[in-house]
Design a protein around this ligand. Structure first.
Ligand SMILES: Cc1cc2nc3c(=O)[nH]c(=O)nc-3n(C[C@H](O)[C@H](O)[C@H](O)COP(=O)(O)OP(=O)(O)OC[C@H]3O[C@@H](n4cnc5c(N)ncnc54)[C@H](O)[C@@H]3O)c2cc1C
Length: 600
């Protein structure tokens, strides 16, 4: 190893500190990038450089306190706005992508769940042997270290769990905060009126019904546990590990179709660049927006996108930046005329209450400030959501997917969409996975996510400047089935809020308001205001699928058509699972690291 350069426990911040070559160069020091870097540097004979656009932030309470993360801290996020959404009255959406060491795990809402087994078995069914639920389960376990809820929380709130879902002693701490709002008990019980089953443990593959979800939270300090603390701080003194912050990888370089390294530039505006060689592999972990951007900038992507900008094609890979998915959601607003005390809005309405609660958190790590977005959710399959599930399913099964996609969608990508549609038809008919999520925490402003959308968007570069953001088009509600199901979700919600149990809270619907009752009126409100494009889960833009179905990477996570280039982040998901994505990203990255280590 080249002398002094390798003895650094603090991150590098200038290009002159960076060596000329490493075994592995990882682009992105976020959730997946730090996970893979930790595992690869376990082998002291292998050198790793992680290049990260953001910086290390470790003294900001808005990041570490569970309750302080809302709204999400824009100073640690890229400023990206989608193109106008044609089916949302041309509204634009902000595109959630973080730039900080730790990535999404450092700023997210810490709601830490896994999808249903069927959601991952769908990945395997799309041509990805070795990527079903049972293949991923050991990696879900490997990433986490679970602390069961206290006896008090178990007795008071009936928090249930199953230790066999966790087992591991991984770097990410999971726990239940020592506080929940009392209204949660009523919300929980009201689902019995809707005959929604209880799952003892959602992380066991049974993420259907209502269940408790841990937070990525330190059980003693009641602070965030993220990729930086879990996967980086613990191992940063390894002499074979370099993290370069405040820099951007602007290009992947190729020699004879083999990735040879990356070109890096400071984000401070200087035009000076440095090219670093990767002896074994370049690994992309830049997230679902920037991984396809970097591939396209480097000549790997749909020929039409590249040629329009005069970029020389390295490989015409049609799927790069296509198949873009997220969970659309809508919000509602209620007034609870007989609310139970205390309730979450007190923190913003009543200064004395907030000050006392803050002091309690600082002194004891208990009370309202120890809980973030809450730890309960209902995950409802289509069959349980609406008696019309068969009509919706048969509409979908006879649908020609090409009708609703961007007209320029390449034919291979269309084949992939058709294969996904067949799987979703199956999921819609069965009760083994959910189409709707309602994370409930006694709030009068609840949100409802649609977990199995058909609409597919795009992330395509619009400039050859690596510092210009790509054009992001969610194409929310472009497939009419999505609108149909979201209307059913709203009707289900109204039924739920009218159950005898919920009426204890005296809920009065303010938004959209009970007078908005026909499908047409609901649609109009959805389009003009209520539906949002992103539940903070962008994914699937460099998907793992056969190349002839628009895939970008194979089951080995290597990019088709070139050598020594892999993707390990949220982009590789072929089909968005019915869950918040962070835990799945960790599991994918843990599995990726094992596969990369095993390559000769
Ligand atoms: C606001 C928000 C809230 C969320 N809430 C939850 C939640 O409560 N629960 C949950 O499970 N999931 C949640 N998620 C989703 C989850 O956090 C993400 O899916 C996950 O962190 C993505 O991991 P990743 O490795 O794919 O990308 P990231 O973690 O985003 O990492 C990508 C990193 O690459 C860097 N980068 C990008 N391009 C370059 C480049 N060219 N050069 C150098 N560096 C680059 C970025 O700065 C970033 O740090 C949330 C996400 C967001 C944004």
């Amino acid at each position: 190893l080249p002398g002094q350069l390798w003895r650094r426990a603090t991150p590098l911040t200038t290009l002159s500190q960076v060596a000329g070559s490493y075994d592995y160069v990882i682009v992105g020091g976020g959730t997946s990038g730090l996970t893979v870097a930790d595992r690869l540097t376990e082998d002291s004979t292998k050198t790793v450089l992680v290049v990260e656009y953001g910086e290390i932030v470790d003294n900001d309470t808005s990041l570490i306190m569970p309750s302080k993360g809302n709204p999400f801290p824009s100073q640690y996020m890229y400023n990206i706005t989608s193109v106008p959404q044609a089916n949302l009255s041309d509204r634009t959406a902000s595109v959630p992508a973080s730039n900080i060491v730790g990535g999404g795990s450092a700023i997210n809402a810490m709601f830490f769940d896994r999808g249903a087994a069927a959601d991952y078995d769908a990945w395997a069914a799309l041509g990805n042997d070795g990527w079903g639920w049972s293949d991923l389960l050991p990696y879900f376990k490997k990433a986490v270290n679970f602390t069961p809820p206290s006896e008090h929380m178990q007795e008071e709130f009936d928090v249930t769990y199953n230790l066999s879902a966790y087992e591991g002693h991984g770097p990410i701490k999971l726990s239940y905060p020592p506080f929940q709002w009392p209204g949660v008990k009523i919300e929980w019980d009201a689902f019995a009126d809707m005959n929604l089953t209880v799952s003892k443990e959602g992380a066991d593959g049974d993420a259907v019904g209502r269940f408790w979800v841990p937070s990525s939270q330190d059980p003693i300090m009641q602070t965030r546990s993220d990729a930086r603390l879990g996967y980086y701080e613990r191992v940063k003194s390894r002499p074979n590990y370099h993290l370069l912050t405040l820099h951007k990888a602007v290009k992947i370089n190729f020699a004879n179709l083999t990735a040879s390294g990356v070109t890096i530039q400071s984000r401070n505006g200087t035009t000076f660049t440095k090219t670093v060689k990767a002896r074994k592999e370049v690994i992309l972990a830049a997230g679902a927006i920037h991984t396809p951007q970097l591939l396209q900038l480097s000549g790997v992507g749909p020929a039409s996108v590249l040629s329009a900008l005069g970029i020389a094609s390295v490989v015409d890979l049609e799927g790069v930046g296509q198949n873009f998915q997220d969970h659309p959601f809508f919000f509602m607003q209620y007034n609870f005329t007989s609310n139970v005390y205390p309730y979450p809005e007190l923190l913003s309405e009543n200064e004395t209450y907030a000050v006392t609660a803050y002091a309690e958190y600082l002194a004891n790590r208990t009370g309202p400030y120890s809980v973030g977005v809450g730890n309960t959710a209902a995950f409802v399959p289509l069959r349980n959501l609406t008696a019309d599930y068969q009509t919706i399913t048969s509409t979908l099964s006879t649908q020609d997917v090409s009708t609703y996609v961007d007209p320029s969608t390449p034919s291979s990508v269309l084949l992939g969409y058709a294969a996904q549609k067949e799987i979703l038809v199956d999921r819609y008919q069965n009760t083994d996975s959910a189409v709707m999520e309602f994370p409930f925490s006694a709030s009068t402003g609840p949100v409802f996510a649609f977990l199995k959308p058909l609409s597919r968007g795009t992330v395509n570069i619009a400039s050859t400047n690596a510092f210009a953001e790509p054009a992001v088009d969610f194409r929310t509600l472009s497939n009419p089935v999505d609108l149909d199901v979201m209307i059913k979700i709203l009707r289900y919600v109204r039924e739920y809020f009218s159950t005898p149990t919920m009426t204890q809270l005296g809920p009065v619907e303010l938004l959209p308001g009970s007078d908005v009752s026909t499908d047409e009126a609901i649609t109009a409100m959805f389009r003009s205001t209520l539906v949002q494009s992103s539940f903070f889960h962008p994914c699937c833009t460099a998907s793992m699928m056969p190349r002839q179905k628009g895939g970008v990477v194979g089951t080995d996570l290597l990019v088709y058509g070139v050598q020594k280039l892999s993707v390990v982040d949220a982009s590789i998901m072929p089909l968005i699972p019915g869950t918040h994505l962070c835990e799945t990203v960790y599991a994918v990255a843990e599995k990726a690291a094992d596969m990369i280590k095993a390559r000769l």
